[in-house]
Design a protein around this ligand. Structure first.
Ligand code: MTE
Ligand code: MO
Length: 435
C-alpha cells in the first residue's frame, strides 16, 4: 500500500503558532489545559519556545522567480505529495472503469481543488471539443430543443456549493479493515462550487408534456452512461453545469457539460452530457438495475436509493498519521448530508461510550461539506475516536450494526454511511478500526 509521506500530525500545519485570533481560537483556549510548553500569555501550545535574534532567510537576499507572460499556476513543489490517487485497495486490471480518490487528510476548508477532485469513469475520459458539443432536450416536451455550449452560456448562470460522493465510497471497508488512510476509505467524496443553469429553466423552455414524470440523462463518453431521474428532482435543484471552482470543468469531471444532482449519488450526475429525454417512467438502465441498487433482507433489491444520507468522518488525525505525544489534539473532519444541512456533529474518544458536541465551522451550507472540530486532551493511552453527524431532517448517522439490520450484505455495501472509527495507539499511531 502506498505510504503517504506527509501524514504526520505536525508537518501538515506549516503555519506553526501564527494563527489569527478568532472565535474558534478563543473556544480552543477556553476549553481546557494547554500543551506543555505553551506560553502563559495563552498561545495554542504549537510553536516552539524561541529566544534570541530572528535569522534572515536566503529568500530575502535575492530576487525570486520571474513572472512568465502566460502560465496556468501550479502548487508549490513542496506540495507534490498531495495527489489524488487511483485506488490501490480495490485494484482494477484496467484503468478505464476505475476511480481516483481525493486526499481528504490534506484538504483545507470545504472546497476540493479541481486537480484533487475524485474521479469515477466507466470508459475513460473523452476529449470533447466544446465548439462541437450540443445538448438535446427531447421526448415528452412541447418543443424539442438543441443547445450549443455558447447558447447555454448566454443564460444568467448560478453558482452553488455542493458535495459529490460516489455511492461506492467506503465499500472496500465494510466490517473489515482493507484501507489505511482516509483518502482510501472516504476519498470518493469532494466538494466544489458549480456554475451553470437550473435544469428547470431548460425544461420550462421546452415545455413539459402532460404525464412527464422521469428524465433520462445521457453522456457522450464510451460508456454512454445514462440514468433516469424523477422530474421533481430535475425541477427542484438539479443544475446543468460547465463551471467548477471558478473555471471550466476539467475533462475528467465532464468537460464541457455535466449534470449536477445535489446530494444524490455521484452516478446520476452524468458527465459529458449530450441528451436529456423526458418520459413518463424510468428506463431501468444498467446503472439502476444491475448496479447502484441495495440488496434487502427479504431477497429483493431496492432500486433508486439515490440520496446520499447523512455521514461524517474524522480526517485529522486519521489512518496512517502519528500524534506526536500526549496533550492537546485538534480533531477535525467533514460532515455532509444529501437531505439538507448539518445541524450537529458529536465526537467520541472512547469508542462510542460517550459523545461530545463538536464545533461546526462556518459556512454551513445545504448538501455541502461542513467542517467540524473538537479539542481533545489525549492522555497518551489507547483510544478510539469517531464522529457522528445529524442533519436538518433530524436523521442521525447510523452505525455499521444499524445498517447491517436493514440491508442484506452481499460482499460489500453501497451507500455505506456508517460511523467510522480510528484507533489511537499509545505510540500515537492512528489506524482504521472499522472491523
Ligand atoms: N458520462 C458519464 N457520467 C458519469 C460517469 C461515467 O462513467 N460516465 N460516472 C458516474 C459516477 S459513478 C460518479 S461517482 C460521478 C463521478 O464524477 P467525477 O468523476 O466528476 O467525480 O460521475 C458519474 N457520471
Ligand atoms: Mo459512482
Amino acid at each position: 500500500m502506498a505510504k503517504d509521506k506527509d501524514n504526520g500530525l505536525g508537518d501538515g500545519r506549516r503555519s506553526g503558532g501564527v494563527l489569527p485570533v478568532s472565535e474558534d481560537r478563543r473556544a480552543f483556549l477556553k476549553s481546557g489545559a494547554l500543551l506543555a510548553g505553551a506560553s502563559a500569555a495563552g498561545g495554542l501550545g504549537i510553536a516552539t519556545a524561541h529566544a534570541g535574534s530572528v535569522k534572515v532567510p536566503e529568500s530575502n537576499l535575492s530576487m525570486g522567480r520571474e513572472i512568465p507572460a502566460k502560465i496556468y499556476g501550479m502548487p508549490s513543489k513542496y506540495e507534490a505529495h498531495v495527489t489524488r490517487n487511483r485506488t490501490d485497495v480495490f485494484v482494477n486490471k484496467q484503468n478505464w472503469s476505475d476511480w481516483s480518490m481525493t486526499p481528504l487528510q490534506h484538504q483545507l476548508g470545504i472546497v476540493t481543488p479541481n486537480g484533487l477532485f475524485y474521479e469515477r469513469h466507466h470508459a475513460g475520459i473523452p476529449d470533447i471539443n466544446p465548439d462541437d458539443h450540443t445538448l438535446a432536450v427531447h421526448g415528452m416536451v412541447k418543443q424539442p430543443l438543441k443547445f450549443s455550449m455558447s447558447d447555454l452560456m448566454r443564460y444568467p448562470a448560478v453558482s452553488k456549493f455542493y458535495f459529490m460522493e460516489c455511492s461506492g465510497n467506503g465499500l472496500t471497508d465494510w466490517k473489515a479493515v482493507k484501507s489505511t488512510t482516509v483518502q482510501q476509505t472516504h476519498g470518493l467524496l469532494s466538494c466544489a462550487q458549480w456554475t451553470g443553469v437550473p435544469l428547470s429553466w431548460l425544461l420550462d423552455e421546452a415545455g413539459l408534456a402532460d404525464g412527464a414524470k422521469w428524465v433520462l440523462l445521457e453522456g457522450a463518453d464510451g460508456s454512454a452512461h445514462a440514468r433516469s431521474v424523477p422530474i421533481d428532482k430535475c425541477m427542484d435543484d438539479t443544475l446543468i453545469v460547465w463551471g467548477m471552482n471558478g473555471e471550466m470543468l476539467r475533462p475528467e469531471n465532464g468537460y464541457p457539460l455535466r449534470a449536477l444532482i445535489p446530494g444524490w449519488e455521484g452516478n446520476v450526475s452524468v458527465k459529458w452530457l449530450r441528451r436529456i429525454k423526458v418520459g413518463d417512467k424510468p428506463w431501468h438502465l444498467r446503472s439502476e438495475t444491475a448496479r447502484y441498487t441495495d440488496p434487502m433482507p427479504d431477497g429483493k433489491w431496492r432500486q433508486f436509493s439515490m440520496v446520499m444520507e447523512c455521514k461524517s468522518v474524522i480526517t485529522r488525525p486519521s489512518g496512517g498519521m502519528k500524534i506526536p505525544g500526549p496533550g492537546r489534539v485538534e480533531i477535525e473532519g467533514f460532515a455532509w448530508s444529501g437531505n439538507g444541512k448539518i445541524t450537529a456533529v458529536d465526537v467520541t474518544v472512547d469508542g462510542g461510550k460517550t459523545w461530545r458536541e463538536a464545533r461546526l465551522e462556518e459556512p454551513v451550507i445545504d448538501k455541502c461539506l461542513t467542517r467540524f472540530r473538537y479539542s481533545w486532551d489525549w492522555d497518551g493511552g489507547p483510544a478510539e475516536i469517531a464522529s457522528r453527524a445529524v442533519d436538518s431532517s433530524g436523521y442521525v448517522q447510523p452505525t455499521v450494526a444499524d445498517i447491517d439490520k436493514v440491508r442484506a450484505i452481499v460482499g460489500f455495501v453501497q451507500h455505506h454511511n456508517a460511523v467510522f472509527p480510528w484507533s489511537v495507539a499509545s505510540s500515537g499511531e492512528v489506524a482504521n478500526a472499522i472491523a
